[in-house]
Design a protein around this ligand. Structure first.
Ligand SMILES: NC(=O)c1ccc[n+]([C@@H]2O[C@H](COP(=O)([O-])OP(=O)(O)OC[C@H]3O[C@@H](n4cnc5c(N)ncnc54)[C@H](OP(=O)(O)O)[C@@H]3O)[C@@H](O)[C@H]2O)c1
Length: 250
């Protein structure tokens, strides 16, 4: 059975860019009332304008600035939201700046590398108090948990994504009947890559065209479509879904 999003309240944390923004666009189109949240006020308000500027927005759209890495900020966000139906967490900060080969990785950097897990924990703990029993949580991990990379210094980032994935599966058991699922994106053309050089980004696009089974880099909308399926399919819970253009079969 597919649950309609019409009249449902969806909270997206990380909604000002990339996958979260694409989820906000799609859920607003489908008639949900969407709370878009992220850390930077100007960026968030521009994102809300872009959703409201869509040809057809059936639901309401609200912006709430909050920091996923601050537990009080997460508690305040969900106190303000009140009862709601679906949570989507895509927020991540400066991920590509946290890369380092093991031998050179400082303890400080490694601890920052685990922020993605702590942010997810703060959000899920605060959200569970007012989330509908027939609702859902969708968390974001990474395909790197299935396909370790020899280079790139992503060992700790991958560990954080693995922690998010196992946390999500455990919550599917603990919070049932609330459904909890996890997407594991491959290489997606979003803000995550904004700190990398233009030449590196075009190398990535070329690699995708030549090597990936689907012959292109992931687009935020493709990931959002997968999130929508997990949110609305009432028979799916406890899964980690790779949405990776076939990266894991290479
Ligand atoms: N893109 C990829 O290739 C890829 C691959 C594997 C996994 N992933 C995962 O996919 C998820 C989404 O990434 P994306 O590609 O959509 O990234 P993105 O375009 O960089 O979006 C990240 C979002 O997180 C928000 N954010 C950052 N720090 C925050 C904080 N402290 N509190 C609240 N919001 C915060 C950002 O907003 P502000 O800047 O306004 O704070 C932005 O809205 C992440 O979990 C990432 O690890 C992505």
């Amino acid at each position: 059975m597919l649950q309609s999003l019409s009249g449902k309240k969806v909270v997206v944390i990380g909604a000002s860019s990339g996958i979260g923004l694409a989820v906000a666009h799609k859920t607003a189109e489908l008639g949900a009332s969407v709370v878009m949240s992220s850390r930077s006020p100007d960026k968030l308000h521009r994102a809300v304008e872009s959703v409201l500027g869509q040809v057809e927005v059936l639901g309401q759209v609200e912006a709430i600035v909050a920091d996923i890495l601050n537990e009080e900020s997460m508690n305040a966000l969900f106190e303000r939201v009140g009862n709601f139906d679906h949570l989507v967490v895509t927020a991540v900060a400066d991920e590509n700046l946290l890369r380092s080969p093991l031998a050179e990785m400082s303890t400080e950097l490694a601890q920052r590398g685990m922020e993605k897990f702590w942010g997810t924990f703060f959000a899920a703990r605060a959200a569970a108090k007012t989330l509908a029993q027939n609702g859902s949580i969708t968390l974001t991990s990474s395909v790197s948990i299935f396909k370790p990379a020899k280079t790139g210094g992503v060992s700790v980032m991958s560990a954080a994504s693995a922690a998010v994935a196992v946390f999500g599966r455990s919550l599917a058991a603990e919070l049932a009947p609330i459904r909890v699922n996890v997407i594991a994106p491959g290489v997606v053309d979003t803000g995550v890559w904004s700190n990398t050089a233009e030449s590196q980004r075009s190398d990535l696009a070329k690699w995708a065209e030549e090597s990936l089974p689907v012959q292109h880099l992931g687009q935020a909308e493709e990931l959002a479509q997968a999130v929508l399926s997990l949110m609305t399919n009432t028979y799916i819970t406890g899964i980690i879904l790779p949405v990776d253009g076939g990266l894991t079969v290479l």
